[in-house]
Structures are given as structure tokens and as C-alpha cells.
Design a protein around this ligand. Structure first.
Ligand SMILES: [Zn+2]
Length: 183
């Protein structure tokens, strides 16, 4: 595991883990509810919000593996050659963490690492182009007002900003839905 993501594990309670690249891909894409999330539906919405980057390409399939050892952790891997995403999720992972990982991995496929002749720059896997695609989509999907504080321009630290925003958004949603206490 790179030192950078190990640091994220300590400072942000996402417990994002790297998924082994040699792990076998499950046969069927996830279509049912997983940890409180309809993965396919949520992925469709987020992918649509990344269209400035993928220019209308079809959404890559997402395969979910339920881990017995991950606990509250959730990790993903975007496979560029196969053009598919594999997410490993612990049974106690929060729905917000899973949503974060879905958006993180989709942004890898929508805004892959590349040299761009438009600006003469090389854009890395967790570079600014990926981060902008990722953050723009989640802010539109979950409400920009919930995303507060300064975000990192690139790297795994962007995950902390995204997760806090998603958690705030879902708290606000649940708060509104909760019945008013009668005294
Ligand atoms: Zn990544």
C-alpha cells in the first residue's frame, strides 16, 4: 500500500483500502441494494454528471465483492483495459463510504490519466483533472451546500472532502424525513 493512502487511513475515517489487482472479478454486475445503496442507479446518476469528461460514453459495469474481513472499509479498483470497476465492501461499510468509492472509481474511467495536447500537461490517475471530475459530480448529485471546507487539489485527500459532503447531505436528508418529536 502506498504511504499516501496509509496516511489517509489514519487521518480520515474512510478506511479506504487498495484492492488487489489480481483479485478475480465477480461474474455479474451489482444491480441490487448493497449496504443501503442501489449501486447501478447511483452509478448511472453520477456517470451522467461526468459527461463533460467521458463525452457520452457508456457507463462501465461495477462489480461488487462482499468482504468478510473489511468491516467498515470499502475499496475499489478501476480497470482501464477491461473498462470495468471492482468494489470490495465490508458488511459494516456506511452507505456514504460506498457512494464515495463509486464516484471515485467512475471518475477514473471518465477522466483517465493521460497527456493532454490541449494544455500540454500530463494528468495523473489522481491528478487535478480526475479530482475536478469527481468533485463536480458529487457536488451536483448531493448538493454543493453540503461540501464545506478546503479540498485538496488532487490525491487521496480529495476523498475526505467528498465523504464529509456526502455524509452531511445524507444527514440533512434524514433529518428532514424524521418525524417531529411531540412532547
Ligand atoms: Zn483511485
Amino acid at each position: 500500500m502506498p504511504a499516501q493512502s496509509a496516511r489517509v487511513l489514519k487521518t480520515v475515517k474512510t478506511h479506504r483500502l487498495e484492492v488487489s489487482k489480481s483479485a478475480p472479478t465477480p461474474k455479474k454486475p451489482q444491480i441490487k441494494m448493497q449496504n443501503g445503496i442501489y449501486v447501478g442507479k447511483e452509478a448511472d446518476k453520477l456517470w451522467k454528471l461526468m459527461s463533460d469528461y467521458h463525452k457520452g460514453a457508456s457507463r462501465p459495469p461495477i462489480y461488487i465483492r462482499q468482504s468478510k474481513t473489511y468491516g467498515i472499509a470499502c475499496g475499489g479498483h478501476a480497470k482501464f483495459i477491461e473498462r470495468e470497476i471492482v468494489i470490495t465492501v465490508g458488511k459494516d461499510a456506511s452507505s456514504s463510504t460506498l457512494l464515495m468509492v463509486i464516484a471515485h472509481e467512475l471518475a477514473h474511467i471518465a477522466a483517465p490519466k493521460k497527456y493532454s495536447s490541449a494544455d500540454g500537461k500530463y494528468h495523473g490517475a489522481h491528478g487535478e483533472r480526475w479530482a475536478t471530475c469527481y468533485v463536480k459530480a458529487v457536488r451536483k448529485r448531493f448538493g454543493a451546500e453540503h461540501f464545506t471546507g478546503v479540498r485538496a487539489s488532487h490525491g487521496y485527500a480529495v476523498d475526505g472532502y467528498v465523504l464529509r459532503g456526502i455524509v452531511n447531505s445524507r444527514k440533512a436528508e434524514l433529518g428532514e424525513a424524521a418525524p417531529v418529536q411531540q412532547w
